[in-house]
Design a protein around this ligand. Sequence first.
Ligand code: NAD
Length: 512
Amino acid sequence: MAIVQPIEPTSDGRRRLSLRSPIGRAPIDEITVMNAGEVQEAIARAREAQRLWGARSPEERARIVGRALDVLLRRQEDVIATVRRETGKTRVDALAIEIISSCDFINYWTGRAPKDLADEKRKMHGYLKPLRKLVIQYQPLGVVGVITPWNGPFVLSMNACVQALLAGNAVLLKPSEVTPRSGGLAGEILIEAGVPEGVIQVLHGDGETGAALVSGGVDKIAFTGSVATGRKIAVACAEQLIPYTLELGGKDPMIVCEDANLERAAAGAVYLSMFNTGQVCLAVERVYAVESIADALIEKIREKVEALRYGPGDDTDLGAIFWDRQLEIIDRQVQDAREKGAKVLTGGKPALTDEGLFYPPTLLTDVTHDMDVMREETFGPVLAVMRVKDEDEAIRLANDSKYGLSASVFTTDDDKALRIARQLVSGTVMQNDAATIYGVPEAPFGGRKHSGVGQVNGQQGVRSYAYAHPVVLDRWKLDREDIWFPLTERTTKTLEKTIEIAFSRPLRRLMR
Ligand code: NAD
């Protein structure tokens, strides 16, 4: 039985969905899908509320949003319980992925935002320097739509909402229909912190609601989710000429070099592919191990995968697969690999089916790039290890993908890590670690190729929700400029002299 299912509509014909827990499949909730008319009303309310919010100083907004950290600390058990009920993830995954990261994002962005959003005086260059002054203002965009997926339902909602709010926007958050309350709690906590209700609103529903939001006349869409939906959103935003960011899927490679600390590489490969039951866009999905260490690495990985505990209950390393459609994808990919000659060293088919949606930690070797498991996003506790001749072959295969989200290099040599990173076509690279890059707010985060459009976080994080509005100030307040009408012979001479002197060889450098 599906986790999300249509049920009897409301008496006024609005669609309704029922939700079941991935653990035990017990009914846990029902939501009414917001239709296009209701989304329009929410956008109008947001536009009205944004005027006052956008007029507050960045410091004031940061003070209010910053209180969300206290509310979150007070309500963390509520968040953990809601997330676990909807996803079946372990307590450790809920603490590490949803709570710690959210606390850090709120704290970090509220500290940074007043600095990043303050008017910025920029030095002018060359002949403009004595004539003009430049100030960049960071204006709110207006109303921002934030659409989020089910795998990190609280943190992915909280991080985007906090940044958009700090920049002075009203936010309409559309959480996944698979995890509506986990995403919705991000909105609830921000309201409890003091963000006015119209400024942050949660729109419950599925693709219908998301599509109505995207085409409803908002000023930006920040989307996290699948490539297929991302493509639809890009088309809809292009039609309206509004900006968007897309944080999409991945197939992240991990390269293990000969000089790697094999113990760390094996432990890392297992954790970084299987935390959150592998349902992480940045999870390690493919390992390329150079021939000389491949056997030793595989043996270590096998021991560690076999030691993992999975299933319902509080004493496991891996929780549930969050919804039935993902379980089908994982199973199909492993079957495809098996049929094409992969060796399944451990795991390999759905288990504990009476107790919920579970897939055992699975290790594949003898894989090739003809297999879906090496080409398509698996999003499950499946690790595929491929032997390669050397680092060059590893780099070539790592780049042989339609995705380019993140990548990792396991080596004890920093120069080698930098050299390999330079050749990888990926959003980000980590040495001796992976996946945690999203939790480094200083780092611009995004995907290349089919993994996304635009970057979030980093120095431009909060600013990406604002419009950089240059204002050029007049330094001398003269009656007229030399080039203004009426044009005379002197105008032409001045221009000719400026070109001759300003760009002459001795002065060129001063003009930069
Ligand atoms: P999804 O694309 O099915 O859904 C994401 C959101 O989009 C949901 O809220 C959904 O209701 C909404 N939606 C669906 N159709 C829509 C439409 N036509 N218009 C507007 N909104 C629509 O993705 P998912 O299955 O929820 O999430 C899993 C995917 O998210 C994976 O591919 C994963 O890699 C990706 N992801 C990426 C990142 C990242 O930062 N790059 C982070 C987490 C997850």
